[in-house]
Design a protein. Structure first.
Length: 344
């Protein structure tokens, strides 16, 4: 036993957070559920002043965790207190690690400095990030991805930073724009990219005030759709159009054909039949449309959906160019020539 009960810091009455020439700082932290969180407490004192006692106290549960470096377990929660190397003259620091944290907690650092008690509280937030899924783009499109921070105790004080391959994205590059918004109490960071010509991965990092950060990655899947038009000639009655999807990292959830007015062609519409001649495999799919009878030229739009009701499209042209065939009927010449008349 430490000899200090859970009410020890509270029995001192109205405590000052700092005394003359003594300052204390405690970091905060943000972690995902189940991760280890770390808070660091630092005391700066004048030369000649000594830190007699230091401890960590669980403000959420009103219990002393420990007054020295070591491993501790309280009510099924594992803690580790670590003495840190002195970073400057008369600067004393120690940290506490909380393992497998599942809920928000507040921890208070207390210290006796020359008989005076100082204390500061740090906050650990258990948070989550919801990021964009199934984001697909074609060359030339502007595409947005987002990350939403949930569960932070003060979302307004958090900042979001985007990066790629560990290089920060500022929004001044010309090909990216950044924005921040709120969805209820959740903070949402949005990155919009243009001129994407290959698959891309971005990282969003939320940093809390006073320390702590969490990150997540979002992907943009660059695909190509190649339309194949068809020219109906002669005695043909059927036009066959196709679109070839390539470079997809996921199968589309739906494929469909649209008329030029963007109305959908259904399986019961007369004169049309459609199916995938090559189902999705290794990033590719070929989607066919048969028009019979093909009576006039028209544009048709193939649609690949990776997100419900969001089409990635290309236009295939059905051209009907039957030419009237005129047959030349030649008259026979020299009929009867060379026929001799017999003489008796």
């Amino acid at each position: 036993s430490s000899g200090i009960n859970a009410e020890w810091p509270l029995r001192r009455g109205a405590l000052q957070p700092a005394i003359s020439a003594v300052t204390m700082t405690v970091t905060n932290d943000m972690v995902f559920s189940g991760e280890t969180a770390t808070l660091t407490c630092s005391v700066t004192a004048d030369n000649g002043q000594t830190v007699n006692t230091k401890l960590w106290y669980d403000s959420s549960a009103s219990k002393v965790i420990g007054i020295a470096a070591g491993d501790f377990e309280k009510n099924g929660v594992s803690y580790r207190i670590v003495d840190l190397e002195t970073t400057g003259e008369q600067v004393f620091s120690w940290s506490i690690e909380v393992e497998a944290l599942r809920k928000d907690i507040s921890l208070t650092c207390w210290a006796w400095v020359n008989g005076k008690l100082v204390g500061e509280t740090g906050q650990i937030d258990v948070v989550g990030i919801t990021s964009s899924k199934n984001t697909v783009t074609l060359t030339g499109e502007r595409t947005s991805v987002s990350c939403s921070l949930t569960g932070a105790s003060s979302e307004a004080s958090t900042t979001v930073q985007w990066s790629q391959n560990s290089s920060p994205i500022t929004g001044d590059e010309g090909s990216y724009s950044l924005s921040t918004d709120f969805s209820g109490s959740d903070k949402v960071g949005v990155l919009t990219a243009s001129s994407i010509t290959s698959d891309q991965t971005f990282t969003c990092t939320f940093t809390g005030i006073g320390g702590g950060s969490v990150s997540s990655t979002v992907n943009i899947d660059h695909v190509t759709i190649t339309p194949n038009s068809y020219n109906v000639t002669g005695n043909q009655t059927t036009g066959t159009l196709s679109c070839v999807l390539s470079g997809a990292n996921q199968a589309p959830i739906k494929t469909k054909w649209l008329r030029s007015d963007e109305s959908e062609i259904t399986g019961t519409d007369p004169g049309f039949e459609f199916h995938s001649s090559v189902p999705y495999e290794n990033g590719e799919e070929t989607f066919l449309l048969f028009v019979d009878p093909a009576t006039e030229s028209s544009e048709f739009i193939c649609c690949f959906e990776f997100i419900e009701n969001v089409c990635k499209t290309a236009v295939a042209l059905l051209e009907v160019s039957r030419e009237e065939v005129i047959e030349d009927e030649g008259e026979g010449e020299g009929e009867g020539e060379g026929e001799g008349e017999g003489e008796g």
